[in-house]
Write a protein that binds this ligand. Structure first.
Ligand code: NDP
Length: 329
């Protein structure tokens, strides 16, 4: 059993030296427990925040202990009622080959309905983040013009497609390369731009000449400032993430135009997907039917081997992923 430990806390950008590959034995389950052979683990930007020793909405990772996070795998040993070897379960102990879990912390899924990886991406936490953030938090309505940053990533690519399917008048996305911009156009975005090509404010203005009604923020900073300038009266913003500042050692300079919130009567709302579990059934049903009808596409970037998980994590911060970043364990 191999697992990844946090060897030291990154200052600014993490490096490979912050992680350590450790060999341990395969665990055996006690009463009420399972052992799961992980198949895929989720690689998420929020994990960067957990590498700092600060109080937040999730506890920090501990030094010299395995990291954790969303994972899916097959039960190989069970001392828990209702679980047998061969079951596929979702749980929170990624970053290792074998996970020892209390059965309460595992959720059984049906691997015949969708590929295992999809339960971590399009049908999982990522898809629900997009769905809840757009429809619940930002209260997108048919006819709204929607802008999403990080648009070629796991959450952003879902936001843009859901907005189109739910009747947005115009969907604009920003991403970090020409290839990603091309992908967004293929996914049905009405306009897309590479945020390296000039000030975000100018690119957004050109892409949304009549302004926007909803902004789904994955990036923060200059993107948020540009969106505030472009928002129309009564515009709404779902604050999902601010990846532009996760590795910053100084607070960001932008946004500098918050006073616009007053005259435009804007609403900016932060949210956590964990508070929107009540939407899960509705989300899974609607997303499954879009998938079945071929109305939604999803990308996954899969890195093989637990030993490469740190590199996959650094990759997501650098933008090396298209769609969801996963490690095949
Ligand atoms: P993504 O798949 O979008 O991967 C992150 C992407 O961010 C990279 O691919 C990169 O793409 C982009 N990026 C990195 N640095 C910058 C930068 N400085 N400026 C602009 N873009 C940058 O990750 P997720 O879809 O998993 O997450 C998206 C956001 O949603 C994150 O901020 C995350 O923290 C947040 N999140 C929040 C949740 C919640 O409950 N609130 C739940 C899940 C995610 P590019 O090439 O375009 O730069």
């Amino acid at each position: 059993n191999r697992e990844i430990h946090l060897a030291s806390r990154p200052q600014g950008w993490p490096t490979a030296e912050n992680f350590r590959l450790v060999e341990t034995g395969v665990p055996t389950p006690g009463p009420g427990q399972l052992v799961v052979r992980n198949q895929f683990m989720s690689v998420d930007p929020y994990m960067r925040g957990r590498m700092n020793d600060v109080k937040s909405y999730v506890p920090p990772f501990q030094l010299d202990a395995p990291l954790d996070g969303g994972a899916i795998g097959e039960v190989v040993a069970s001392e828990a009622e209702g679980f047998v070897p061969g079951d596929t379960v979702l749980h929170g102990l990624g970053w290792r080959e074998y996970a020892l879990l209390d059965a309460r912390a595992a959720r059984k899924v049906d691997p015949s309905l969708a590929p295992a990886s999809a339960y971590l991406s399009v049908l999982g936490m990522t898809g629900l983040t997009a769905y809840a953030g757009l429809l619940d938090v930002a209260a997108m309505k048919p006819g709204d013009a929607v802008f999403v940053s990080g648009a070629a990533g796991a959450v952003g690519s879902m936001v843009g497609q859901i907005a189109k399917l739910r009747g947005a008048s115009r969907v604009i996305g920003s991403a970090g390369s020409a290839a990603k911009v091309e992908r967004l156009t293929a996914l049905g975005f009405d306009a897309a731009f590479d945020y390296h090509d000039g000030p975000v404010r100018d690119s957004l203005k050109a892409a949304a000449p009549d302004g926007i009604d909803v902004y789904f923020d994955n990036v923060g900073s200059e993107h948020l400032e540009a969106a505030i300038s472009a928002l129309n009266l009564h515009g709404r913003v779902a604050i999902c993430g601010m990846i532009a500042q996760y590795n910053a050692s100084e607070p960001p300079a932008a946004p500098r135009n918050l006073a616009l919130l007053i005259g435009k009567r804007l609403t900016l709302r932060g949210f956590l997907v964990g508070d929107h579990g009540h939407l899960r059934d509705q989300f899974v049903q609607e997303m499954s039917s879009w998938l079945r009808d071929g109305k939604i596409s999803y990308d996954e970037t899969v890195v093989d081997g637990i030993e490469n998980a740190p590199e996959a994590f650094l990759g997501v911060l650098r933008g090396e992923n298209l769609g969801k970043m996963l490690v095949r364990v």
